[in-house]
Design a protein around this ligand. Sequence first.
Ligand code: GLN
Length: 452
Amino acid sequence: LSVQELVEASVARISETDTKIGAFLTLNEEGALAQAKDMDASGAAERGLLYGLPAGVKDNIVTEGLRTTCASQFLSNYDPIYDATVVEKLKAAQSVTIGKLNMDEFAMGGSNENSSFQLTRNPWDTDRVPGGSSGGSAASVAAGQVYFSLGSDTGGSIRQPAAYCGIVGLKPTYGLVSRYGLVAFASSLDQIGPLTKNVEDSAYVLQAIAGHDKRDTTSANVEIPDYTAALTGDIKGLRIGVAKEYLGEGIDPQVKERVMEALKTFESLGAVWEEVSLPHTDYAIATYYLLASSEASSNLARFDGVRYGVRAEDPANLLDLYKKSRSEGFGPEVKRRIMLGTYALSSGYYDAYYKKAQQVRTLIKRDFDQAFERFDLIVGPTAPTTAFRIGEQVGDPLTMYLNDICTIPVSLAGVPAISVPCGLADGLPVGLQIIGKPFDESTVLRAAHAFE
Ligand code: GLN
């Protein structure tokens, strides 16, 4: 198969399915075809790790000359002048970027219903959400439009849509993958990671994008192991802790059943499991929404109508320009978070909210440190339910926020986690979340691979 044929197949699949699915915001058809022809012509003697594979990129990751909107009206005209580090790395690994994928505006949300441009539909049932915020990234892989995609995960945005769409989604350890060129939502939580059909592909894509980057001050300077070499199939003796709090109240009984069945599979593969408690789980959502919104309110201050994106017309003065541009440019969920975060950071409230949340974050992290003294991995569901219906939770942000109860603590702790499909509930995919020690993606991938 030539690269051109691969790219043409991807483009054909998109034109066949995307009027229904709505995964893509921008297509790079011409660029992708030109790149493919070049690659075929030069017949690369030494092939990159992802040679010729059609890829989709979430629209909050900047791509040189290719529109990057964060699914926001504010950036509806923004064409970046540089590539994010991960995009450079994809180029070096020789995959072909087919286009940019829909998301919740600025990655705030869990259903793609906060995109200011379009809905994305779940390929398993187009009346349902694909999850979010990397909903376009998950749906495009599930619908067979691209071979793999990149998403970003701040509180679950890779893992939850992967679970809802029946694919594999990996959130790496905070700092493993460079955030340079990822439009910041909550900088202390944001991580880029792969969405793929299977665990082996996940290992390959991670291999291509991981690594130290001096342009990201929080990038970790660690040795990158051979992730594919970790996929031995052997998990004998592995100690698994089952997060008790993730299987409590609010979890769909069928989801719980699938997770319990997964544990039996692990047992049959020679692993041992036991219940473990992560006692501060109850505080995770409140902690996350204070911290993530605080960071967002600061990060999004750069969108003022002067430097990036759309500028409001006919402002009376400079302050009015800021006001008008921000009022027109941001959608309702983004405004809600900016207000929440600004409040939490304001003098007089800072100690009660932001500082307190930082302290609780440390306790949540400690829950994981303690559990990992006894276990190699922690498992649980990725989300308490399967994909919900479009419109079902709109107007009820609190219920929407609760969907992330199993993914948010992991983000606050900064540890890696993967979501792998573990069967169906009423015909819809269920995701199993496998959580690892910091920078131990190898064990996470090994267990996920042995399981799938
Ligand atoms: N759903 C969560 C939120 O709305 C997580 C989003 C994310 O991980 N980007 O903030």
